[in-house]
Write a protein that binds this ligand. Structure first.
Ligand code: GTP
Length: 302
């Protein structure tokens, strides 16, 4: 019998580095929203990929940037926390932007991650010439001793198979973290939650760009072929609840309609979507929601 492997992989990098695009490519489904707006990803959304006998659990962290406000600090802490929880960390940088100040700041923080395996993925190689790429690879490896450097285009797929194959042997030996029969359901719940969050983000613009999170609480297949999905929208403060609901509930209603339409198109059948808004001040730090998905994250990522 061959040995199984499983582990957590954190993709870290500046906002817009292409983390979500890579995650989607690795997992093969729309688990994380990709937009042109920076900082759309702020919870540790994960996707699970199988590669041979290895189970790769991706932790998609928020972009790492210079924190200005308190919430920014919480996001950056969450990103580093994700990395500290992971078995393998992949730093993604943009080939055409090179060693920006933001990248330098991340390099400074990498030393604190201890002895986990850290690789470099230079993304968007479609945007630069090979000389630029070689010089950047050299400069980055002089700044930090990466175990491996990958040159990829998350969007076009170049180098992604090689990266995935390396990850498959880099995660530790051990039993799978998700039972095989859960793998199909889990991404759907996450995808459904992401669709609603995407609609909320688009609708609320600047008001609450990342202070909310969505969870799929219940998923029920009905005899008539439709499905009923219950979701909770968590906001940080009471005041935010009113904004999300809108005047006479019109905002949440419009969000629900838009999300339902997208879900119906995606699933190819009728969907009944129910949204409920709840205040949960510390959702960013709470790990119990991850436990609910059958995962145990270690403590200490404040
Ligand atoms: N040219 C090119 N564009 C890419 C590539 N990979 C990603 N992009 C684009 O870069 C932008 C940002 O990608 P995302 O995947 O959203 O980046 P992110 O790192 O998840 O961003 P945050 O969620 O803000 O942290 C998108 O417009 C992508 O289409 C690539 O290989 N080449």
């Amino acid at each position: 019998m061959s040995d199984t492997r499983a582990g957590f992989i954190a993709l870290i990098g500046e906002p817009n580095a292409g983390k979500s695009t890579l995650l989607n490519r690795m997992v093969g489904a729309k688990v994380s929203i990709v937009t042109h707006k920076v900082q759309t990803t702020r919870a540790r959304i994960r996707g699970v990929a199988m590669e041979g006998q290895s189970q790769l659990v991706f932790v998609d962290t928020p972009g790492l940037f210079q924190p200005r406000r308190r919430l920014d600090r919480a996001m950056v802490a969450a990103a580093w926390g994700g990395a500290a929880d992971a078995d393998v960390v992949v730093l993604m940088i943009e080939a055409h932007r090179g060693m920006s100040d933001g990248v330098k700041a991340i390099l400074d923080g990498l030393g604190d991650l201890g002895d986990r395996r850290i690789a470099l993925a230079i993304n968007k190689i479609d945007k630069v010439k090979s000389e630029t790429l070689l010089a950047l690879t050299q400069a980055m490896n002089e700044a930090f001793a990466f175990e491996k450097t990958f040159m990829i285009s998350a969007e076009k797929g170049h180098g992604c198979d090689t990266l995935r194959a390396w990850l498959a042997q880099a995660v530790p030996l051990g039993p799978w973290l998700y039972p095989e029969d859960q793998l199909s359901d889990l991404p759907m719940r996450m995808i459904a939650a992401e669709m609603t969050r995407e609609k909320l983000t688009l609708r609320l613009h600047q008001e609450l760009p990342y202070q909310l999170t969505v969870e799929t609480e219940n998923w029920e297949e009905r005899k008539d072929g439709s499905c009923k999905i219950d979701q909770l929208v968590y906001v940080m403060r009471d005041g935010h609840k009113g904004i999300v609901l809108g005047n006479k509930g019109e905002t949440i209603k419009a969000v629900g309609q838009a999300a339902r339409a997208e879900l119906e198109e995606f699933l190819g059948r009728k969907v009944h979507l129910f949204l409920q808004v709840k205040v949960r001040p510390n959702w960013l730090e709470e790990s119990e929601r991850y436990d609910e998905m059958g995962l145990n994250f270690k403590d200490g990522n404040s």
